[in-house]
Design a protein. Structure first.
Lengths: 222, 115
């Protein structure tokens, strides 16, 4: 006997993500999901970004890691409201799913925020699959990784709305072909904006900051 | 890496779909559609599924996984094509934004019960 089902296996996560979206809309907060492999410089990029955006844009951060509160400690220094999720309490998950974001966002409180940034767990595979109710996704690739990462992890680069090419201050010391890396990103996601920058020196930050400011400004209209 | 979580959701949905009035139902197979661009590894999913279905109506059920190709439409010129590699630029105009028509599915279509 055949029983028809026809359901998305991740539908529970999707419905939780929709609930998060409503909560964020009610609070007029723009939500950015930042993803990358471990060590690409997400936290350093965020520290500098928050330093430039705060206090004009009131920002909160949800940091996901399997273990430790190191990233949250670094980000707290910027004055942003920060909360840490450690997924080892939830089975050591390799990504943040929508229900965890709901709990963390409510704990953080979004009423007085313009921007909420979710620093996802360092991983170029799993986080791409899980909608958390965000408005935009940004993937960070650093020049100490391979130029072909976008072709190796196409889903991540396809689902992202913008990309950061980080650590460009190291380019003189590496064989990394930056135009090829950008070209590979555009092969997977044509027209995606790519911001080449250095979180260490601040080089290339202006277009990135302008992009975020524009997105935050547009949010109440959506 | 997240196949265990997906297997757990899959099992919940399948168990919920079983008719309440059957005594000791046994599932023969589950029919899934998994897009080529979804980050699900079929053999990992099967492995996780086997572990968590012991002593349930899904024990020994076969996972029939249908792979869905990546189909794309260019919103610029309207061209539609199937991508075999992760190069998703429009082969015609190379300009337009693209829309994924298929390839990201993780869907449970049906299940088959032993009579």
């Amino acid at each position: 006997m055949e029983i028809k089902i026809r359901k998305q296996v991740l539908e529970k996560n999707l419905s939780e993500a929709d609930k998060n979206r409503s909560y964020f809309r009610e609070n007029n907060v723009f939500v950015l999901n930042m993803m990358s492999s471990p060590g690409s410089g997400k936290t350093e990029t965020l520290c500098r970004t928050l330093g430039c955006l705060m206090p004009d844009i009131r920002t909160g951060v949800i940091v996901g890691d399997i273990c430790t509160t190191n990233d949250a400690d670094r980000l707290s220094v910027t004055g942003a409201k920060v909360t840490q999720i450690n997924t080892d309490q939830f089975g050591g998950d390799c990504h943040l799913a929508a229900p965890l974001i709901d709990t963390a966002a409510r704990k953080l409180g979004c009423e007085d925020l313009d921007l909420l940034i979710v620093e996802n767990i360092g991983n170029l595979v799993c986080p791409a699959e899980f909608d958390i109710g965000e408005d935009a996704r940004v993937v960070v690739l650093s020049v100490t990784e391979g130029e072909d990462k976008p072709l190796k992890y196409p889903l991540m680069f396809q689902v992202s709305d913008a990309a950061i090419l980080n650590k460009v201050d190291l380019l003189p010391y590496l064989d990394f072909d930056a135009p090829l890396a950008v070209d590979n990103m555009k092969k997977v996601h044509p027209n995606m904006p790519v911001f080449a920058l250095s979180a260490k020196t601040g080089e290339g930050f202006d277009p990135w900051l302008a992009w975020i400011r524009q997105k935050v400004k547009e949010k109440p209209a959506t | 890496m997240h196949e265990m979580g997906i297997a757990q959701e899959l099992v919940k949905i399948a168990l919920d779909a079983l008719p309440q009035d059957l005594d000791n139902p046994q599932v023969a197979s589950l029919h899934l559609k998994i897009g080529k661009l979804s980050s699900v590894v079929s053999h990992s999913l099967t492995f996780c599924f086997e572990i968590i279905t012991k002593d349930t109506p899904l024990e020994n059920a076969r996972l029939e996984i249908e792979t869905v190709p990546v189909r794309i439409r260019c919103t610029g010129c309207g061209t539609e094509w199937e991508a075999d590699t992760p190069v998703f630029q429009c082969p015609d105009c190379e300009q337009g934004k693209i829309e994924m028509l298929s390839g990201r599915e993780i869907e449970i279509v049906s299940l088959e019960l032993f009579e």
